[in-house]
Design a protein around this ligand. Structure first.
Ligand code: ADP
Length: 262
């Protein structure tokens, strides 16, 4: 793997998984070999987003074969457990599951592995950021203040473990009415961009709140793959291009940082 990139958010429900999935597809559209690892152990949504079902095959011994969807290689705990079963795992078990999905999966040669992180900045996220040789992290936030406060925590967490912030994405930036096409800033507008400027991290772009993104995500037909020339796909592809440009300048396969508690 040339680069491992974490897609994170300070809290749940801001569209982190949807963004991670469409970003991975945007990178793949550039001709890159891309994998998508669902590290959101408590709420795995990659199987649903990519319309995947069935268990991964076990190859020689204990290696798992990733599933393929829309040109991506994908792995998720959601493929290994029953859909309705609750993940009542403590931190170390979560960490061990994530480590296994990184190391014991036959990812093959990849330009980028996108990791859909669990939301928040708790133990699992911190250990993950510490134990994985991440090239950098992308933070997804909605525009309103409350979500931004959490996004700021995300930036602080990655900075603490010396993981470069590759950029901030504002999701649900404006609502595009499916009837008249009018854009309304339901959650305010521009918050994430200003925050990125304030924190001196790159701003990667804004994704509108649209019916098409919601419907295609929930139907397992992500918009970048199913309507690649449409307006939404174009936005994701542009963000993916910026991300790749920022990534190409980042050192590959960085050693995992150490956490020092003072
Ligand atoms: P998270 O990973 O942050 O919990 P999800 O990616 O699961 O969030 O998204 C939560 C819900 O919001 C899903 O139903 C998804 O389809 C929807 N969603 C995410 N981004 C958008 C968007 N830009 N426009 C419309 N719906 C969106």
């Amino acid at each position: 793997m040339r680069h491992i990139v974490a897609v994170a958010s300070g809290k749940g429900g801001v569209g982190k998984s949807t963004t991670a999935c469409n970003l991975a597809l945007g990178l793949s559209a550039q001709g890159l070999k891309v994998g998508l690892l669902d590290a959101d152990i408590y709420g795995p949504s990659v199987p649903k987003l990519l319309g995947l079902s069935g268990k991964p095959r076990v190859l020689e011994g204990k290696t798992l074969e990733p599933l393929q969807a829309y040109g991506l290689k994908a792995m998720s705990i959601g493929l290994l457990i029953e859909p309705e079963s609750a993940m009542i795992w403590r931190g170390p078990m979560v960490q061990s599951a994530i480590t296994q999905m990184l190391r014991d999966v036959a990812w093959g040669e990849l330009d980028v592995l996108i990791v859909d992180m669990p939301p928040g900045t708790g133990d699992a996220q911190l250990t993950m950021a510490q134990a994985t040789p991440l090239s950098g992290a992308v933070i997804v936030s909605t525009p309103q203040d409350l979500a931004l406060i959490d996004a700021r925590r995300g930036v602080t967490m990655f900075r603490k473990v010396s993981v470069p912030i590759l950029g901030v994405i504002e999701n649900m930036a404006t609502f595009i009415c499916p009837n008249c096409g009018t854009a309304s800033a339901i959650f305010g507008h521009g918050g994430a961009r200003h925050e990125a400027e304030r924190l001196e991290v790159p701003f990667l772009g804004e994704i509108p709140l649209t019916m098409a993104i919601r419907e295609t995500s929930d139907a397992g037909r992500p918009v970048v793959a199913t309507d690649p020339d449409g307006p939404q796909a174009r936005i994701y592809r542009e963000i993916a291009q910026k991300l790749w440009a920022n990534l190409s300048g980042a050192p590959a396969g960085r050693a995992a940082p150490r956490i020092v508690i003072e």
